[in-house]
Write a protein that binds this ligand. Structure first.
Ligand SMILES: [Zn+2]
Ligand SMILES: [Zn+2]
Length: 317
């Protein structure tokens, strides 16, 4: 496998990678247990024991992920009792703003892996009373957003930044235990590992070859090879021979994977709003059919009305 020479950050010696709002967002949420904790928060859970009950997480894992989400500003801890002091966890404005991304995950799951028994596949839109399958459209022209119709151009905050550190991938029995609810299993298989999530995002940027993907992610060769194989196995990437002597393969998104683009667009929009800082967005998405910068709008696919966390409720499975 070819190895890309990566520039290193002067202080931490971390590889430097292209700044991207999708990558910044995935660094925060692209983790199995973080996704489950957020899922519970969006289902209205606030108490520690409630999170445990809904997600089946070990207490130590939950403490860790709630702490990370609090540090990131996605959740806030509030005292609900004084003697003894007890805290619960609420989505901040920044956390609640991830709802568009959550709806895009559910949309994809419903379309490709519908499970009538899954509570999250039976969410209703209160305004029209119908089962919710959210859709993403361009604010300027109202057309549905697809990967094919979008082009990326550098934004005011374009540049390089240190790649985040790889977390230790220890597979203890706790880490591989099945959650109590079979929900989100497909999304978690795809997004619940930071590297697979980043790989998919990089593929949307048109990167197909090992060396290019490695330069984009700053990942070690063995990690990258492992995650590419996993995504091929999951049916999200397709391997194609592009050179025979020596054999070289490139990786293309399958139709199922391409249909995850609205999620990536939602994460970019969220990262632009909350993580871009004064420099501004590192890149701008252009909606080619109308030529305008893409401002994604998430709405109900049935009545086209607005959707937020207060306008949805759990239906009957
Ligand atoms: Zn448009
Ligand atoms: Zn509706």
């Amino acid at each position: 496998m070819p190895t890309a020479p990566l520039p290193l950050d002067a202080e931490t010696a971390a590889p430097m990678v292209r700044a991207s709002s999708a990558a910044r967002a995935l660094n925060l949420i692209g983790d199995r247990w973080t996704l489950l904790a957020l899922y519970a928060a969006f289902m209205g859970e606030t108490r520690f024991d409630g999170f445990i009950k809904l997600t089946g997480m070990a207490r130590s894992l939950l403490v860790d992920r709630l702490g990370r989400l609090e540090t990131a500003g996605v959740l806030e801890r509030r005292a609900y009792q004084q003697r003894p002091v007890r805290h619960d966890y609420h989505l901040t404005a920044m956390g609640a703003d991830l709802y568009d991304a959550a709806l895009m995950i559910l949309r994809w799951e419903k379309l490709w892996h519908f499970d009538p028994a899954s509570p999250s596949h039976n969410i209703e839109h209160v305004a029209c009373g119908r089962p919710l399958t959210a859709e993403m459209v361009c604010k300027a022209c109202g057309e549905a957003v697809t990967a094919r119709d979008v082009e990326l151009v550098p934004g005011p905050g374009a540049g390089l930044e240190p790649a985040p550190r790889a977390r230790l991938q220890r597979r203890s029995t706790t880490e591989t235990a099945q959650p109590l609810h079979p929900m989100l299993e497909r999304s978690i298989a795809v997004l619940g590992d930071r590297w697979t999530a980043h790989l998919l995002a990089a593929a949307f940027y048109g990167l197909r070859r090992f060396k290019d993907l490695q330069a984009e992610l700053g990942a070690a060769t063995n990690i990258l090879a492992d995650r590419l194989a996993r995504l091929v196995e999951l049916g999200m990437l397709e391997r194609r021979l592009y050179q025979t002597r020596p054999e070289r393969w490139e990786y293309r998104l399958t139709d199922e994977a391409r249909d995850l683009f609205p999620l990536i667009a939602a994460l970019i929009a969220w990262g632009d709003r909350w993580l871009a800082g004064e420099a501004g967005p590192p890149e701008v998405l252009i909606h080619k059919p109308c030529g305008q910068p893409l401002e994604p709008v998430v709405r109900c696919g049935a009545c086209h009305g607005a959707v937020d966390v207060r306008s949805t409720r759990l239906g009957r499975p």
